[in-house]
Each structure stands twice: as structure tokens, then as C-alpha cells.
Ligand binder design. Structure first.
Ligand SMILES: [Zn+2]
Length: 151
């Protein structure tokens, strides 16, 4: 996608998405360039101490508006889960980068954090949002079909 098109999608959606996730107090900078891993559409670097994050989105890897929004949501969930970064930072501070324990920890971290992000994504896709929608739909239909019950 074109960089300006991706930026426009992000500009339209990032503030309400941050509010929905309860991370609106974070200062988030968005870059539109390739990620450190060329296979990624987006990535996110977080600084929990200052509640600042940088989200990088690679416009050349985004195929659609849905792709941009899904990637933005994924990275914002990483911001939501940033307290785990602080825990990890302390727990890995004694490891030597690249040694066996460091590599094992890195693999375990990736599985744990990405599955946690996925679990939160599923809450939005399948969980709390949908029952609320069905409840509101039921109330609306009850009001339309049986207005005398509410008057
Ligand atoms: Zn992720």
C-alpha cells in the first residue's frame, strides 16, 4: 500500500483504538518503514518507564485497510501488555546475549507474549464484544417487537 494511505488509516483509528485498550495515556510514535524483520508487517518497541512506544508499519507489506488495522491492534495490545516487558527486563538482566539460556528465554518469551496478544485479539473477535452485541441486539429487538413491555 501507499505510505500516505497507510498513515491516513492509522491517523483515523489509533486514538479510538488506544482508548478502547486503555492505553490512551501512552505517547506512541508511528513510523512507516520496513521492520527489523523483513517478514513483519509491523513491530512495536516499548519503554514502560516513560510509557512511550514506537510502532513501525511497513506499508509495502500491508495489503488492505483491514491488514493495517489488524496490525495496529496487534501492536497496541503489545503496549497494553508492556508491564510484562518490565518483568522480562529484570529476569533477563543476568543473561549474556546470545548464549543458550538467553536463546531459550527468547523463544519462551515469544511463544508466551504472542499467544497472550492472540488471546486478547480473540476477546475482541469472539469474546466479550460479541455477547454484548447479542445482548444489545436482543434488547433492541425486544423493544421493537414488544414495546408495551417497556412503556
Ligand atoms: Zn506480536
Amino acid at each position: 500500500m501507499d505510505k500516505s494511505e497507510v498513515k491516513a488509516i492509522v491517523d483515523r483509528n489509533i486514538k479510538p483504538m488506544m482508548a478502547l485498550l486503555g492505553v490512551q495515556h501512552w505517547k506512541i510514535n508511528v513510523l512507516y518503514e520496513p521492520c527489523t524483520n523483513p517478514n513483519w508487517v509491523a513491530s512495536c518497541a516499548r519503554n514502560i518507564a516513560y510509557q512511550k512506544a514506537t510502532i513501525t508499519i511497513d506499508p509495502s507489506r500491508a495489503d488492505s485497510e483491514e491488514d493495517v488495522i489488524d496490525s495496529l491492534r496487534h501492536e497496541l495490545i503489545h503496549v497494553l501488555l508492556a508491564p510484562f516487558d518490565a518483568y522480562r527486563g529484570i529476569m533477563t538482566s543476568h543473561l549474556t546475549q546470545g548464549d543458550t539460556l538467553d536463546r531459550i528465554e527468547d523463544e519462551a518469551w515469544e511463544v508466551a507474549i504472542e499467544n497472550t496478544v492472540l488471546a486478547v485479539e480473540r476477546i475482541f473477535d469472539w469474546g466479550l464484544v460479541n455477547p454484548l452485541f447479542y445482548h444489545l441486539r436482543h434488547c433492541f429487538l425486544s423493544l421493537i417487537c414488544y414495546p408495551s413491555k417497556f412503556l
